[in-house]
Design a protein around this ligand. Structure first.
Ligand code: F6R
Ligand code: MG
Ligand code: MG
Length: 368
């Protein structure tokens, strides 16, 4: 049976600033998706939020990029945006970039990751959702899950994983993709994805035949598609687990290291990516630090069994404590790089105005 898992998200308004999508918005989404399930358009769903992003996790049998499913998500976000406006929530409707929706969400504002697959007898998946960061934030952990033998023991000792994986990388500036095989092309891969603002992991495939999708990530860059700043494009990702894919614990392990990502306050700062439970996905310190949640499901006959809130585990307390320490350390840099992003990555800047104001006061000096 071929099942599709679609994870579609948008920031369509939040409580008390860019903080959380409140229960009233989750209720609208639950209502709409309950109706769609009754009508047979989707098989199952789960609704949550990661910070100010409303997250729709849906199963169906219509394939990836399906017009009816994308329209359902769009209409759900539109209805939630109406409620957000009624309630006077902050940034109501901010990720719905166009009034002219034509059936596909690409370039419209919401982010999405989708995988269509033949269900295995047991089909475990992990859905990652992040806030106050960008799609490239997943480059490091996804690399470690599928290509780092110091993270994923299975790459070395499990015959099903030993051939490695193929990564599809998107150049977000050029809109081009390239596929690289690991382990052979690992250094080329790292040469690209070490620049996460430009080269973003979009999909991962098994190399073991038959080739199968192992992971899918949202790769929209809101700031690029909108032509103006409308907020960072907080990413989602789906990773399939166990057997010919990495084990659940190999998939979660990279998040025990709260690596630095771009985002945080005004989408213009580096900060540690803090793995948290659903209830702690409410960034409030300096609008952060950036958060990631992970929900584990099993999919059976296109129904969602679960979730388990995977970072609600004492084993991730050290990562959170370290993230808080890193946050303290970085914050003491105030407006200085490398806490503040480089000029080309910042989503807010006054630099052109400052340079314009000072242009007659800059003097040429000899020998400089
Ligand atoms: C970052 C983010 C927030 C806002 C900040 C200012 O992705 O969403 O940090 O950038 O709260 O928001 P405005 O300009 O809407 O007041
Ligand atoms: Mg927001
Ligand atoms: Mg957000």
């Amino acid at each position: 049976m071929r099942t599709t898992l679609s994870v579609i998200k948008a920031d369509i308004g939040s409580l008390a600033g860019h903080h959380i999508a409140p229960p009233q918005l989750l209720d609208v989404a639950k209502q709409e998706l309950t109706r769609a399930k009754k009508e047979g358009l989707i098989e199952d769903f789960y609704v949550t939020n990661c910070g100010d992003d409303l997250e729709l996790i849906m199963t169906h049998t219509k394939g990836e990029g399906n017009q009816e499913i994308h329209t359902l998500a769009w209409e759900t976000f539109r209805k939630a945006a109406d409620v957000a406006k009624e309630l006077g929530l902050y940034g109501a409707g901010q990720d719905l970039l166009s009034d002219a929706f034509s059936g596909n969400l690409r370039g419209m504002g919401p982010g999405f990751a989708e995988i269509e697959f033949e269900e295995r007898p047991a089909e475990p998946v992990v859905v990652f959702m992040a806030d106050k960061t960008e799609p490239g934030a997943f480059n490091l952990p996804i690399f470690r899950i599928f290509a780092d033998p110091f993270n994923t023991a299975g790459l070395v000792i499990a015959p099903t994983l030993h051939r490695g994986f193929t990564f599809e990388i998107l150049d977000v500036m050029e809109g081009k993709v390239v596929e690289l095989d690991t382990p052979e092309e690992m250094y080329d891969l790292l040469a690209l994805i070490g620049t996460p603002g430009r080269y973003v992991i979009r999909r991962v495939y098994t190399r073991e035949e038959p080739r199968d999708v192992a992971a899918a990530l949202s790769t929209t860059r809101l700031n690029l598609i909108a032509g103006k700043y409308v907020g960072k494009d907080d990413p989602v990702a789906i990773v399939r687990a166990q057997s010919k894919f990495p084990a659940l614990g190999e998939i979660l392990e990279p998040f025990a290291f709260p690596h630095l990502v771009a985002g945080w306050m005004r989408g213009s700062h580096h900060g540690p990516l803090m793995p948290v439970s659903e209830k702690d996905a409410k960034p409030s310190r300096f609008d952060g630090p950036p958060r990631v949640i992970a929900l584990g499901f099993n999919i059976k006959n296109a129904k969602l069994i679960g979730p388990s809130d995977l970072f609600a585990d004492v084993a991730f307390e050290r990562a959170r404590a370290l993230a808080n320490e890193i946050a303290d350390y970085l914050r003491r840099h105030g407006p200085f790089m490398p806490h503040r992003l480089g000029a080309e990555e910042m989503e807010y800047t006054t630099l052109p105005q400052v340079l314009e104001k000072l242009k007659d006061r800059f003097r040429t000096v000899e020998g400089a």
